[in-house]
Ligand binder design. Structure first.
Ligand code: WQD
Length: 337
């Protein structure tokens, strides 16, 4: 079986992608430095698939450790690269930590792949590269904007580094997947989102509030130019997102890619406001959520939702799960914690 390396594979999206890779018959090896995940996630993956992926706890920003790993595992045919810090606010406070971790680790992995006869690379990118796009829904042709944060900049820089490598090495093939807002959990409730400390993202804050772990959800502003005044995002179920990674990898392994650097937006194509997400949660949980409207949060864009035509027609992938499916899975997961 082809062996696939998943960096950051014990994280939220990484762990769900490992499940789908194993379901598709791939042999998986995970690298994770456990800075934002626990080794216990391996048990969740095994509980779902009855297969325990290989796991190595190493830090990809350690060049020697990375080099030694690839020497030991010459049979890797593809890499899905999730390993990165991803807290927008934290990146503003500690930019060098983000550039060192997110950029250096990417470069060290790419340096090893650059030595191989052929390699296939899937990069975890983000709709954050679009900033506040000029028009909705957002296509892959929308211009990228100056990054709103060092975190977002590391995604833009990452895409540029990868694209440059595809130009210098025709045997290196890559796809960047620009996620919109990943939410939810595997329907088994064996894996899900595990924010460390106070959740920065909306959905885990909602479920923790409902579970009594947080006092009250603060809604960051209801005076935006949107129908109900709250910001609009494209909330995509993490399992739909994970399946897209397997399809993108297979596209490269089967040489179906049109060029050696392709970009796909991964969203549902539907925008939902903060209040609509809250209403979805109340519907699926059959309970009222305790929230209040407060001031806007710096850096928030008014709306961002995907034009999914390219992913649907070229990649052959379409999100199948609804906002209610995602909110119910997030709630069920929260209740296991
Ligand atoms: C969604 C909406 C908030 C929390 C971020 C990153 C992006 C990606 C996904 C990694 C906004 C509102 C939130 C709260 C609220 N991460 N909100 N109260 O900011 O769209 O995207 O996570 O790739 O790169 O930027 O997601 O969940 O933080 O916010 O009202 O307690 O919910 O204002 O409108 P965001 P989010």
């Amino acid at each position: 079986m082809s062996k696939i390396l998943v960096t950051g594979g014990l994280g939220f999206i990484g762990s769900h992608t490992v499940v789908e890779l194993q379901n598709a018959g791939f042999k998986v090896i995970i690298i994770d430095n456990l800075s934002n995940a626990t080794e216990n996630v391996l048990n969740g993956i095994t509980a779902i698939t009855s297969i325990t992926p290989e796991f190595e706890n190493l830090d990809l920003k350690n060049k020697e450790q990375t080099k030694t790993f690839f020497k030991k595992h010459q049979d890797i045919v593809g890499v899905i690269h999730f390993a990165a810090y991803k807290a927008v606010g934290e990146s503003v406070k500690s930019p060098l930590t983000y550039y060192e971790n997110n950029v250096n680790s990417l470069v060290y992995v790419l340096q090893e792949l650059n030595k191989k006869a052929v390699s296939h690379f899937i990069f975890s990118s983000s709709c954050t590269v679009y900033g506040q796009a000029d028009s909705m829904p957002i296509t892959e042709l929308a211009p990228t904007k100056p990054a709103e944060s060092p975190y977002g900049n590391t995604k833009k820089i990452g895409e540029a580094i990868i694209e440059d490598l595809t130009k210098s090495n025709a045997n290196f093939k890559a796809i960047a997947l620009r996620y919109f807002n990943p939410i939810g959990a595997h329907q088994s409730s064996k894996i899900g989102e595990l924010p460390i400390g106070v959740p920065l993202n909306l959905v885990p804050y909602i479920t923790q509030t409902a579970a009594g772990k947080r006092e009250q959800l603060s809604v960051f502003g209801d005076n935006y130019p949107t129908p109900d005044g709250t910001c609009i995002r494209d909330y995509i179920h993490v399992v739909d997102l994970a399946k897209a990674h397997v399809i993108a990898l297979q596209r490269l392994l089967e040489n179906k890619n049109d060029t050696n650097f392709e970009i796909f937006n991964l969203g549902t194509g539907k925008g939902s406001s903060v209040l609509e997400v809250i209403q979805s949660f109340e519907r699926v949980s059959n309970q009222k959520l305790n929230y209040k409207i407060v001031d806007r949060r710096d850096g928030d864009v008014v709306e961002a939702y995907a034009n999914t035509t390219k992913a649907n027609t070229v990649l052959g992938w379409k999100a199948k799960l609804s906002l209610d499916d995602a909110m119910l899975s997030a709630w069920k997961w929260e209740q296991t914690l």
